[in-house]
Design a protein around this ligand. Structure first.
Ligand code: MN
Length: 364
């Protein structure tokens, strides 16, 4: 790690608690003695409970455009050691079947995540008061060999989940869900799956290849990584290679909720059924940004019209609260197709929503 990044991390970990506003409301200070004074005046201003949890750098005290961009402006650390949850990037698009560019997803999500604040105003979740989370950087992928990349991802995630740390993954194309689930299922056994996507991603082969972003969940089923009666696929739509493109999914025991079944509706009632379906067993949440309508999230590789709204996306994730989530991902952000940056911004917010529904997160 460069010394610059190390210094930034030290700043965010050590000195961030010392940024405090004096009672005048005008002066901003960086001084530990003043911090003590301010904490006495306003104990709620304290940053972390004895350093037990990491705090993001707040835009109240440090400009959003300043610093090395980590996810949610959290500290960076090299490994998942000591963390309850970790943001991790998997920057590949080698498995993409149409527009490339998802390799730049993690980087752009980190940049746009500078808009995130510490609390969830909608649900009153306070993740940084109850979960120790950091950005642990990216898997060292091989851009020239997708199978080798899968091996590298599997090995990296074995280490992440070994101590019970919950990975919050920034993709990367959807291929990555396969090696991630190999590592997750090795630790927890077959998992339930909440899969939000425009596509089922259960093709057997594409262009003769078994590994790609249209095949991960087929491979997962073949290897027994999923508890198939605890799998739901939400948002599926678009043209198919046959009249019933989702027959294979249903024949495995998956619940398939096509986009048409989501149109014009709140998805809160659906999620109540999904919570019952998932029960208390381990669940993995995989969210392909192309589940959302390309009008909201055009920055993706294989867009399909008439998709979910961001509101429905948030309803799905908030509806996962109470599940035994052991891992989450947000994949397929391909920034170059969205000059506004809003696709990555949406991805960053959805990842924050995922953090907020992890078990043990405190709510006010
Ligand atoms: Mn997908």
């Amino acid at each position: 790690m460069s010394s610059v990044l190390r210094n930034f991390t030290a700043l965010s970990c050590t000195f961030r608690p010392c940024f405090s506003r004096l009672s005048t409301g005008k002066t901003w200070v960086l001084d530990s003695e003043v911090r003590t004074l301010v904490l006495r005046v306003n104990p709620n201003r304290k940053c972390s409970e004895g350093g037990k949890f990491n705090q993001p750098v707040s835009a109240e005290f440090v400009a959003r455009v300043s610093g090395v961009p980590t996810m949610a402006r959290l500290p960076f650390q090299e490994s998942a050691d000591g963390l309850h949850a970790a943001f991790v990037g998997v920057p590949i698009d080698t498995g993409t079947s149409n527009r490339p560019g998802a390799r730049f997803g993690p980087r752009q999500i980190r940049v746009e995540s500078a808009m995130l604040r510490a609390y969830n105003s909608g649900t009153r979740a306070a993740p940084y008061e109850s979960v120790k989370v950091a950005d642990i950087g990216d898997v060292n992928v091989n851009l020239f060999d997708l199978k080798d990349t899968c091996k590298r991802i599997r090995e990296a995630y074995r280490k992440i989940v070994a101590t019970g740390c919950i990975p919050l993954t920034m993709g990367g194309d959807h291929t990555i869900a396969y090696p991630i689930l190999q590592a997750v299922a090795e630790k927890y056994g077959p998992v339930g799956l909440v899969h939000v996507d425009a596509h089922a991603d259960v093709s057997d082969v594409i262009l003769g290849e078994k590994i790609g972003h249209g095949t991960p969940f087929r491979r997962c089923v073949e290897e027994g990584l999923l508890d198939c009666h605890r799998v739901v696929q939400i948002g599926l739509r678009g043209t198919g290679y046959s009249a019933d493109a989702y027959e294979w999914s249903r024949s495995q025991g998956f619940r398939v909720v096509q986009a048409e079944d989501c149109w014009f509706k709140s998805l809160a009632p659906l999620m109540s059924e999904v919570r019952a379906q998932m029960g208390s067993g381990p669940v993995y949440l995989s969210f392909d940004i192309d589940a959302l309508d390309p009008g909201f999230s055009p920055g993706t590789g294989t867009p399909e019209i008439a998709g979910l709204t961001p509101i429905q996306g948030v309803e799905i994730i908030r509806g996962c609260r109470g599940m035994n989530l052991v891992g989450c991902d947000l994949v397929e952000v391909s920034p170059a197709y969205d000059t506004t940056g809003n696709t990555a911004l949406t991805g960053a917010n959805l990842l924050f929503e995922m953090l907020c529904v992890l078990p043990m997160v405190k709510y006010y």
